[in-house]
Every structure is written in structure tokens, then in C-alpha cells.
Write a protein that binds this ligand. Structure first.
Ligand SMILES: Cc1cc2nc3c(=O)[nH]c(=O)nc-3n(C[C@H](O)[C@H](O)[C@H](O)COP(=O)(O)OP(=O)(O)OC[C@H]3O[C@@H](n4cnc5c(N)ncnc54)[C@H](O)[C@@H]3O)c2cc1C
Length: 387
């Protein structure tokens, strides 16, 4: 049987792991992607604070997909026409496909808070560098006291706020770091037991937690929340994301712009279109958690189902299985659940580091990260000069 060429849109966790799984099954793959890198997002907050550098979390695709059957088309999908089986690209080219996998991920939602242009998000390496350079500039300019605000107490906001606070503390700078969360506490909706630990942790570090706080506006140097205004040298917005699905007809999307897929991870009206990762909602199941571990699980299921589809066999249904959750709270502290068991503190932190070290692609990259992590246990961080 001649296997068809599979087109993948997106070079994140979903796209890259699907490509690898399909290549292992003998398929040829072409990937439409804005660049030829893969970014390991779970460690971005460490780039933002100078613990890791850019090359520790950004890997050339060629370094871990080495196959003659793999091709990258550097562009973005602008429109997908399921009737014509055609993808229009940003650069004006048109590509026909037989089978397509959509894994275009999500981007920060900027419409939730007015004045979001006065803040920085944390989604890309460029964002992480802006945060790092801003802090670095504040220190270089000799500012004696900083106020940094993080809007959004989800995983990203929480990891970042703890890391920034610890880094400023170790740099010997006087600072006030705040986190604004619309719920009762960070993680309170996801896991109340872990949320209680997080609350105590924030208190211990004197990070101000503003719970039940709906931020009204972000100004150039303030966060406005109800009648109160909080001075801000830098504001990071980590309050939500929206799927990158503008190139798909609204008929295939739900009201939050997620692609509605069957439990087999394809479209009911177009079984040759598969989708996964942060952009999907599964019919009758809802939206799976937006996690790299689920995107990689879905990638292997999509590859299996594409094989079955091509062989005329029955497709297998997918059920999301979150094996564990781990959130770092700065060096020496983390919180999480593994197989349902809550873990806290140093143990959680050792597990967090070990898990993410082993999830980083490539042995050389792992050794580099392990080396940097080890030296920064004893040494101040490289990118933040000390006053
Ligand atoms: C700061 C941060 C920390 C995180 N930490 C964790 C963690 O600790 N654990 C965990 O499990 N998850 C974590 N996540 C979530 C995890 O990274 C996502 O769930 C995962 O990346 C989703 O994979 P994806 O393939 O759907 O999307 P992405 O990985 O976002 O990939 C989508 C790719 O598609 C590309 N793209 C977008 N539009 C187009 C287009 N039109 N044409 C072509 N390409 C396009 C984008 O450039 C991007 O590279 C974190 C996320 C962030 C932002």
C-alpha cells in the first residue's frame, strides 16, 4: 500500500509529535510552520528570569526530526478549504492535501482586559526575552525598588510570579510582586488542596495575592482593579488563550473558536481532517485540558488513527488521561499531583525538574540544562546584573 503524504499545520507539541509518530509508521510528512524550531514551553518562565537561555528551550526541528520523508514549508495557513482540500498560505502559495492534521495551538487572549497592549504575555521565546530584558534594564538603570504585577493565576502566571520574586530577591533588589486572580486563589478551581499550599507559599514569600480580583485596566505603569490602582514597573498578562483557528470556517468551530472533533480526533463532516492540542473540543466530552502531555498523547492517537484510516480499519476513540500535574514555585518548591496523589515542596520540585529534564528533546540539550540548573543553585543568574 502506498501511504499518502500527510500535511501538518503547526510546529508545537501536537504537530511535532504527530510528525514523529507518522514518520515512524512510514508516512511522508510536510509541516506548515512559521519557523523551523520547536519551543519547549514548560520552561519558558525560566528563560524569562535568566535561569535558562533561549537555546535551552528552542530546538531546530532538524535536530530531532531527521528523515528524508519530512519537509518544512515555512509559512502560515491562511485559509483551509475542506471542499477543495486546499490550504492557502500567507505567502500566496496554495497546497492541496489528501489528509491534514491541524495543530495550530492557541495565542494569548488580549481582549479580556483593556490596555493589554501595556502588558507582556508569556507564550513565545520573544515574550520571555522581553520580560527578562525589561527586568535586566530596570536593574541596570539603578532602580532601587520594583513593582511587578502578574494578571492571571493559572499555571503560567503562578510559575512566573514565583520565579520572578525569587530572582529579584536573590539579586538583592527591593521589590513588590503581585498576582491577580479572579478566582478564590491560584489553582482553586483545578485543585483546592494544592491551592491551599500555593496560598501559603505566596504568603511566605510576601507575594501579594489579590484573589477575586477582576482587573479592569492595565495602564502603562499601573494595574487598575476596582477602586484600587497598583503601581507597575512591568505587567505580565497570563489570563487566558484563544485557539489559532482563524483560517477555518466557523461552521467547524464552537463558540470559543475550538475545532469540534469526534472522539477519533477528526471532523465529523470531513474525516480526512484531524485536529489536536489546544485547539480542540471533543464532541460530547468538551475541551481537554490545554497541556503538552495531552497534546503528545493525542499525537500518537492521531498517528494511529491515520494509519487505520489509510488501511480502511476502524478508528480508535481518544479519552484524555492526565497522568500528573506539576507546577514549579521557584527553586526548591513545587506542587502537583501524580496518579492522583498530591505532592508538595522539595520532593515535588525534584520530580518537576527530573520530569521536565527528561521531556526536553535531545541528550545534549538535557545535559546543558542540567548543568545550568546545577550552577545556578550556587551562583547568581547570568542575565540579571547585580546592583
Ligand atoms: C508558558 C507556558 C508554560 C506551559 N507549561 C506547561 C507545563 O508545564 N505542562 C504542560 O503539560 N503544558 C504546559 N503548557 C501548555 C502546553 O505548552 C500546550 O498545551 C501545548 O503546547 C499545546 O500544543 P499544541 O501543539 O496544541 O500548540 P503549540 O505547542 O502552541 O503549537 C502550535 C504551533 O502552531 C503554530 N501556528 C499557529 N498558527 C499557525 C498557522 N496559521 N499556520 C501554521 N502554524 C501555525 C504556532 O507558531 C505554534 O508553533 C504551557 C504553556 C505555556 C504558554
Amino acid at each position: 500500500m502506498t501511504l499518502p503524504l500527510i500535511t501538518i499545520i503547526g510546529n508545537g507539541f501536537g504537530g511535532v509529535y504527530t510528525a514523529r509518530a507518522l514518520l515512524r509508521r512510514g508516512f511522508s510528512v510536510r509541516m506548515i510552520a512559521p519557523d523551523d524550531y520547536f519551543t519547549f514551553m514548560p520552561l519558558l518562565h525560566e528563560v524569562a528570569t535568566g535561569m535558562l537561555c533561549e537555546s535551552d528551550v528552542r530546538f531546530p526541528l532538524s535536530s530531532f526530526i531527521s528523515s528524508k520523508r519530512f519537509e518544512i514549508i515555512k509559512s502560515r495557513a491562511r485559509r483551509l478549504d475542506p471542499a477543495l482540500k486546499l490550504i492557502e498560505l500567507d505567502d500566496g502559495r496554495n497546497l492541496n492535501y489528501e489528509l491534514v492534521v491541524i495543530a495550530s495551538g492557541a495565542r494569548p487572549r488580549l481582549d479580556l482586559v483593556s490596555g493589554s497592549e501595556n502588558s507582556i504575555c508569556l507564550k513565545t521565546i520573544e515574550d520571555a526575552k522581553v520580560i527578562r530584558d525589561n527586568i535586566s534594564a530596570l536593574i541596570k538603570n539603578g532602580k532601587k525598588h520594583f513593582e511587578i504585577n502578574v494578571v492571571g493565576g493559572g499555571f503560567t502566571g503562578l510559575e512566573l510570579v514565583c520565579e520572578i520574586d525569587q530572582m529579584l530577591d536573590r539579586s538583592g533588589v527591593s521589590s513588590k510582586v503581585r498576582i491577580f486572580e479572579r478566582g478564590a486563589a491560584p489553582l482553586s478551581e483545578a485543585d483546592p488542596k494544592l491551592a491551599a499550599y500555593v496560598e501559603r507559599r505566596l504568603k511566605r514569600s510576601e507575594i501579594d495575592l489579590h484573589a477575586h480580583a477582576l482587573v479592569d485596566r492595565i495602564d502603562e505603569s499601573a494595574v487598575i482593579c476596582g477602586p484600587q490602582s497598583f503601581y507597575s514597573d512591568m505587567t505580565v498578562l497570563a489570563a487566558g488563550v484563544i485557539p489559532n483557528t482563524d483560517f477555518i470556517d466557523a461552521a467547524y468551530l464552537d463558540d470559543r473558536k475550538n475545532i469540534i472533533v469526534t472522539p477519533f480526533l477528526n471532523l465529523s463532516a470531513h474525516s480526512e481532517i484531524f485536529a489536536l492540542g489546544d485547539i480542540i473540543s471533543i464532541k460530547d466530552q468538551g475541551k481537554p485540558a490545554m497541556l503538552a502531555q495531552l497534546a503528545t498523547q493525542q499525537a500518537s492517537m492521531v498517528a494511529k488513527n491515520i494509519s487505520a484510516y489509510c488501511a480502511g480499519k476502524k478508528l480508535l476513540p481518544y479519552t484524555p488521561k492526565v497522568i500528573g500535574l506539576l507546577i514549579s514555585l521557584g527553586t526548591w518548591d513545587a506542587v502537583g499531583r501524580i496518579f492522583g496523589w498530591p505532592i508538595y515542596g522539595r520532593l515535588a520540585w525534584y520530580i518537576w525538574r527530573t520530569v521536565y529534564l527528561f521531556k526536553t528533546p535531545g541528550l545534549g540539550n538535557r545535559l546543558k540544562i542540567a548543568w545550568r540548573w546545577t550552577i545556578y543553585l550556587f551562583k547568581k543568574r547570568k542575565y540579571i546584573p547585580h546592583s
